[in-house]
Design a protein around this ligand. Structure first.
Ligand code: MSP
Length: 526
């Protein structure tokens, strides 16, 4: 594992307010960042907003405000949402900030002087909402945008182009030599078959048809096309090409920093193909991995503001707590595959994993320790076969969890935790502590309580990058010292003898399926 970790979300368009889809990607990045920090890896986590482009200019005009006023308001709402979701980003970059604008202009100049960019004429099918030009084949006979399915129109303008084929051999070499450059692995074939094999066009990197963007210094009637502007955020935020390049040196140039971009399937080609090429043109290192996550739909329909079916995470957080929403997002959809948000799935998932499994285990254990051992964790003595099996299951789960996380398999790592918790609940049923107590088998009863405490603390540490509030609550219930709260794979077995234990009051109350699904359905309709 590298010593440092730089992780980024896409920078979101503040053309409308954030919905649960944006929250999904940001939450996963946050979980990865928190996991790395917990492992002692120096981590830098970036998110932000992509504030230029025709769509934003149009939306601002519709609202009767300037584009800057428009994005200021929505960017503020994004930031508030991330606070409410306990997102631990180290920085929030906005592409209208001076620190970014200057770098984008310099990047353009450098690439132009390097003969990577030339002035030509662009003709093609343009999709305004996606701000993308498409070819005849891509739009098909119906002339629909292959990304969003909306109608496209013919457009032509003088424009600057980036010479993609100049860097294609180098890109293919990187993809070959580093098989984990694009993750999950099947996404690589998709990139090759859809975009690279049919032949790459040079990429249009400027516009003259609207002016809400960063001007090209050498030819001010052009603005820099939104993707070259947007992608540059990953280095401008680190201070590339500024008076203080210390963060850039630390988190980009140092080969001992792992650079990971997490992006949705809708924008993978920009990150996997063009962004590495821009970096090559600038003589900079390319990222280690681009992880392409699937998209989340709502009850089977693509989420979009215009269809009126977006769900904001805020009312969910208000009603169910931030951990519940974070857990649902990370656990329900296998990271890397497409997924679904539905009120029924939400309620089922929360009841199954948090109320019945995790919450129940903590409630039962803390209550039994109070009942049988006056609220103090007893010491372990000789273990029987069942105890040994639970001890082994704990160690095995911990190792598997780390391996999955190191491969960015977030959901799989969390499944390890829920399976371990299931085993612990089953261990209670099999050990029948109530019978051990009745029969006065104190040593055996003590072992059961000590082992359950052990499993709960290990599992809570594993789950803590997701359940940021509850994990602290559980540590408090077991009166853990600061040292006892740290995470260590080679942990000491049952080191909590003598710790006081407070009886839990329902950590995650069971949700009433009918009332809550109805409530969540009403959110999507508003
Ligand atoms: N501004 C560009 C990205 C530039 S990055 C240099 C953009 N913005 S966006 O607001 O449209 O956000 C796209 C990203 O938001 C997706 O790639 C994905 O990470 C996330 N999601 C948006 N809708 C989503 C779902 N319905 N489901 C899951 N993630 C979603 O494209």
């Amino acid at each position: 594992m590298k010593k440092k970790f730089y992780i980024t979300t896409p920078i979101y368009y503040p053309s409308a307010e954030a919905h649960i889809g944006h929250a999904y990607c940001t939450t996963i990045c946050d979980i990865l960042a928190r996991y790395k920090r917990m492992r002692g890896v120096e981590t830098y986590f970036l998110t932000g907003t992509d504030e230029h482009g025709e769509k934003i200019q149009k939306n601002a005009a519709l609202k009767g405000v300037t584009p800057q006023e428009f994005v200021d308001e929505i960017a503020g709402k994004f930031q508030n949402l991330w606070k409410a979701m306990k997102i631990s980003n180290d920085d929030f970059i906005r592409t209208t900030q001076d620190r970014h604008v200057k770098v984008v202009q310099d990047v353009f100049t450098k690439l132009y002087n390097n003969d990577d960019i030339y002035l030509g004429k662009y003709e093609g099918w343009y999709c305004t909402p996606c701000e993308s030009f498409w070819t005849d084949t891509q739009v098909g006979e119906e002339h629909l945008c292959p990304d969003c399915g909306r109608p496209v129109h013919k457009a032509s303008e003088e424009a600057y182009f980036f010479k993609t084929n100049k860097y294609l051999p180098e890109l293919l070499k990187i993809m070959d030599e580093n098989p984990k450059f694009i993750l999950p692995l099947n996404r690589k074939n998709e990139m090759m078959n859809t975009f690279i094999k049919p032949g790459l066009n040079d990429l249009c990197v400027s516009r003259t048809s609207f002016d809400w963007g960063i001007q090209i210094r050498e030819n001010p009637k052009h603005i820099i096309y939104v993707w070259m502007d947007a992608l540059t955020n990953y280095i401008s935020a680190l201070g590339y090409d500024s008076d203080d390049e210390s963060k850039f040196k630390k988190f980009w140039e140092d080969p001992d920093c792992e650079i990971v971009h997490i992006v949705g399937a809708d924008i993978s080609r920009f990150h996997v193909i063009y962004w590495p090429m821009f970096l090559m043109g600038l003589g900079l290192r390319v990222p280690d991995r681009v992880f392409v996550h699937g998209l989340l739909d709502l009850n089977g329909e693509k989420m979009s503001k215009s269809r009126g079916n977006v769900v904001s995470p805020l009312p969910l957080i208000d009603r169910y707590g931030v951990d519940t929403v974070r857990w649902y997002l990370a656990r329900e959809m296998t990271f890397g595959s497409d997924g679904r948000f539905s009120p029924e799935l939400f309620v089922d998932r929360i009841n199954m994993d948090l109320a019945n499994n995790f919450g129940n285990l903590v409630n039962r254990t803390t209550s039994m320790i109070n009942k049988y051992f006056e609220g103090k964790v007893p010491a372990v003595t000789e273990l029987n076969e069942r105890d040994k099996a639970l001890k082994l299951a704990t160690e095995t789960a911990l190792r598997a969890y780390e391996t999955y996380f190191d491969d960015l398999k977030v959901t799989e790592a969390l499944v390890e935790v829920t399976e371990l918790l299931n085993k612990a609940n089953k261990y209670i049923e099999d050990s029948t502590p109530w019978t051990l107590s009745k029969e006065g088998r104190v040593d055996e009863l003590a072992n059961v309580m000590a082992l359950l405490t052990n499993v709960i603390i290990v599992a809570t540490k594993m789950i803590s990058p997701v359940l940021v509030e509850t994990s602290e609550k559980v540590f408090d219930l077991f009166h853990l010292s600061k040292e006892q709260r740290t995470y260590d794979l080679n942990y000491e077995f049952c080191p909590f003898t003598g710790n006081e234990v407070t009886k839990a009051t329902a950590l995650f109350p069971r949700l009433d399926a009918e009332t809550e699904t109805e409530y969540i359905h009403s959110l999507a309709k508003q």
